[in-house]
Design a protein around this ligand. Structure first.
Ligand SMILES: Cc1cc2nc3c(=O)[nH]c(=O)nc-3n(C[C@H](O)[C@H](O)[C@H](O)COP(=O)(O)OP(=O)(O)OC[C@H]3O[C@@H](n4cnc5c(N)ncnc54)[C@H](O)[C@@H]3O)c2cc1C
Length: 337
C-alpha cells in the first residue's frame, strides 16, 4: 500500500475522461484505509469506487483512495431469509451473480449495474422496479476525518429516489467499507412489473420465472439499451427523473398531451427525464466529442476526447433547454467532481 503521485484516472472512470490524481492509493481492507487516513495530512481524501457515477470536470487537489476492499459472505440465515455482506470494493454485478449462485433473491433486478457495492447505497441504486433500499440491512463506514468505524441502519441512511444521506448531509465524509443485505432463500418476491421484463420473459416462453430468469432478462434488456462504457464512455443516466407536484404536472399536461408519466405513492408524478430531453431535440446531437446518446437521451457520452468540462457544459445546455420548454430544471444524477 503505497501512495502514488500524478496518477491518470482515465481508466478509473467510465466516461473515460482524462484527469490526474495528484496522490492515489488503493486500499484492500478497513485497517489499510484507517492507516492511510492516519498518515495523510493533506485534507479530506476523495473515495473512488468503479468510477461509473462521476464526472471529472474540475481539478482534483488531494488524495484519491480507490476502494478495493473485497469480501463476500453469508453472515446468517433464519427461516426464508439470509443476511449477506459485501466489501465496499466488491464489483456490484459480481456480487449479484454470487447471490444468485447461492439461490438468494432480492437483487436480481439490479443485475449489471456497474460500480462497487460500497457505492450502491450512496445513490440507492435502482433499476427495473427495484431499489437497493428494499433489501438493505446495514452498512459500515469509516469517518474520513477521524478514522472511526460507524454502522448505519436503514433509517439512518435516509434513502430516497437515487438519494441517501451520503449524497447530502454526509457527502464526502465517509468511506463505506461493508454493505449488508437481507435477502430471501425461498418464496422469492419477484418484481416483473416492468413491461420490458414481462416481454422478454414471454418471448423466452417463461411463464413461471425464477430469480435467474429475471436476472438474465434484465441483463439482456440492459445490454441492448445502454452503451457499454468500454466502447463509448458514459455514466448511465445523467439526469434524475423529475418528480412534480400534481398541480404542476396537470398544467404541463395541458400543453403536452403525449407526456409520459408515472404517479407515485407520495402524490407526486414522475416524468421521464429522457423524454423531456428528447423533446428539446438533443437526442443524438453532439458538441465536439460530448454527446447525447442516439438511443437514449438520458445518457451523455464521450465520443473520444471530450473533457469533463465539455460534458458538463453540454449537460448545462440541456438543462437550460428543458427548463425553457417545460419550466423544469433537471437535476444531475452523476456526481460532478
Ligand atoms: C452504463 C451504466 C449504467 C448504469 N445504470 C444504473 C442503474 O440502472 N441504476 C443506478 O442506480 N445507477 C446506474 N448507473 C450509475 C452507477 O453504476 C451507480 O451509481 C454505481 O453505484 C456507482 O458505483 P461506483 O463504484 O462506480 O461509484 P463511483 O462512480 O466511483 O462514485 C460515485 C460517488 O460515490 C462515492 N463513493 C464511491 N464509493 C464509495 C464508498 N465506498 N464510500 C463512500 N463513498 C463512495 C464517490 O466519492 C462518488 O461521489 C449506471 C452507470 C453506467 C456507466
Amino acid at each position: 500500500m503505497k501512495i502514488q503521485e500524478n496518477v491518470s484516472l482515465k481508466a478509473y472512470n467510465t466516461f473515460g475522461i482524462e484527469a490526474t490524481a495528484p496522490y492515489f492509493v488503493e486500499v484492500h481492507s478497513t485497517e489499510e484505509l484507517q492507516q492511510i487516513l492516519q498518515q495523510w495530512e493533506g485534507g479530506q481524501p476523495f473515495i473512488l469506487g468503479g468510477g461509473s457515477n462521476i464526472l471529472l470536470a474540475g481539478e482534483l487537489c488531494g488524495l484519491v483512495i480507490k476502494n478495493s476492499i473485497k469480501e463476500k459472505a453469508i453472515t446468517s440465515r433464519e427461516g426464508n431469509k439470509a443476511w449477506v455482506s459485501a466489501g465496499g470494493g466488491e464489483n456490484w454485478h459480481e456480487f449479484v451473480c454470487w447471490c444468485l449462485e447461492h439461490e438468494l433473491g432480492g437483487v436480481e433486478n439490479l443485475s449489471l449495474i456497474p460500480g462497487t457495492a460500497g457505492a450502491a447505497p450512496i445513490q440507492n441504486i435502482g433499476a427495473y422496479g427495484r431499489e437497493l433500499s428494499e433489501v438493505f440491512h446495514m452498512l459500515e463506514a469509516v469517518e474520513l476525518e477521524t478514522g472511526a468505524l460507524h454502522s448505519f441502519g436503514k433509517e439512518a441512511c435516509r434513502f430516497g429516489y437515487r438519494d441517501s444521506i451520503f449524497k447530502r448531509e454526509l457527502k464526502g465524509r465517509y468511506c463505506i467499507t461493508r454493505v449488508s443485505l437481507e435477502l430471501r432463500t425461498a418464496h422469492h418476491h419477484l418484481n416483473t412489473s416492468y413491461g420490458a421484463i414481462r416481454q422478454t420473459l414471454a418471448e423466452r416462453g417463461i411463464s413461471a420465472p425464477t430469480i435467474h430468469d429475471v436476472s438474465r432478462a434484465v441483463v439482456a434488456i440492459r445490454s441492448g439499451k445502454l452503451p457499454n462504457p468500454s466502447v463509448l464512455g458514459n455514466s448511465g443516466s445523467f439526469f434524475k427523473n423529475p418528480e412534480l407536484p400534481r398541480r404542476q404536472f396537470e398544467e404541463l399536461q395541458q400543453q403536452h398531451k403525449d407526456m409520459p408519466f408515472y404517479p407515485l405513492d407520495n402524490g407526486c408524478i414522475k416524468v421521464p427525464a429522457g423524454w423531456l430531453v428528447e423533446q428539446t431535440g438533443w437526442k443524438g446531437r453532439r458538441i465536439g466529442d460530448a454527446g447525447c446518446y442516439e438511443k437514449q437521451a438520458l445518457v451523455l457520452v464521450n465520443h473520444g476526447q471530450a473533457s469533463g468540462r465539455d460534458i458538463y457544459e453540454l449537460a448545462q445546455r440541456i438543462q437550460d433547454d428543458v427548463e425553457e420548454k417545460f419550466g423544469i430544471r433537471l437535476e444531475m444524477e452523476v456526481n460532478v467532481i
